[in-house]
Design a protein around this ligand. Structure first.
Ligand SMILES: Nc1ncnc2c1ncn2[C@@H]1O[C@H](COP(=O)(O)OP(=O)(O)OP(=O)(O)O)[C@@H](O)[C@H]1O
Ligand SMILES: [Mg+2]
Length: 251
């Protein structure tokens, strides 16, 4: 039986120096026990490996939480996720908001006590910022409603075992109203980012990241706002197996 002191660890990647220096794979983990703040933010410029990383992370999350329920929003309809297209809980392009609504209604049902289940529910959303900015251009009022739902999930999700895993290029404050960006327990910045991105996400660690050079799939992970790690995302060992795991979880 798990109690609140039992960590439930998810491997985010591997220690970068150990991997590059002497080929050792030392896992960098984050605690995903439901009562821990386990929202995950993945940030990085285009082409630096966010979607590749998300596929790996998603499959690891499913293995760690086989009872979990997953919803996948893919604003770009990225090729990296083409294998998910037939899954009922995969939502691309204009349909991403259906994934948000599904998760938001679960939040409300758990809040009201109508839903007494407590298994983890995860909303994965690729290209979150672009999706919100496009929606804002189209319809400001509708975008404001969406942002309120997102910030409610980010702020209240932890106590209701509901988690967000968002991937984006720029973590603008405007797409995280009321400071909801602070609710990400794990923040991963892949590749060398411009200073303003580090300032937004890792303001207390500017000295440590200054001048760092990262390749594809390499970067930093900040855990619970206090532990900074340099990480390597790892590579997909068996893509067929990884895809089977992800497809099953969204079906
Ligand atoms: N760690 C890695 N090891 C090997 N190949 C990788 C790695 N990370 C990314 N790639 C490859 O690099 C390319 C770009 O990666 P990916 O699509 O994940 O980037 P992205 O950050 O999601 O870009 P975008 O913002 O354009 O969606 C892909 O072909 C991917 O397979
Ligand atoms: Mg991508």
């Amino acid at each position: 039986m798990m109690n609140s002191d039992t960590p439930k660890l998810l491997t985010l990647g591997y220690d970068l120096d150990a991997w590059n220096g002497y080929g050792a794979k030392i896992p960098i983990t984050t605690d995903i026990f439901p009562t821990i703040n386990s929202h995950i933010l993945i940030c990085g410029m285009s082409g630096l490996g966010k979607s590749y990383f998300e596929n790996i992370l998603f499959s690891k999350l499913i293995i760690s939480e086989p009872r979990g329920e997953y919803f996948f929003a893919d604003y770009k309809g990225d090729d990296s996720f083409a294998y998910l297209r037939k899954c009922p809980r995969y939502y691309a392009y204009k349909n991403t908001l259906q994934a948000l609504d599904a998760v938001y209604s679960r939040l409300n049902a758990r809040q009201s006590g109508e839903d007494e289940s407590n298994h983890p529910i995860t909303l994965i959303w690729d290209e979150y910022t672009s999706n919100i900015l496009a929606l804002t251009n189209e319809d400001k009022k509708a975008a404001a409603v969406v942002l309120n739902k997102v910030s409610e999930i980010l702020m209240l999700g932890r106590s209701l075992a509901i988690r967000c895993c968002f991937s984006l290029q720029r973590p603008e404050a405007a797409v995280f109203p009321a400071g909801s960006r602070l609710n990400f327990g794990a923040v991963i910045v892949l590749g060398a980012a411009i200073k303003s991105i580090y300032e937004m996400l890792l303001p207390d660690f500017m000295e440590q990241v200054k001048g760092c050079v990262f390749g594809q799939g390499e970067g930093v992970a900040l855990l619970q706002g206090s532990q900074l790690h340099f990480i390597k995302s790892g590579t997909v060992q068996n893509s067929e197996r990884m895809r089977q795991i992800c497809v099953k979880a969204l079906s």
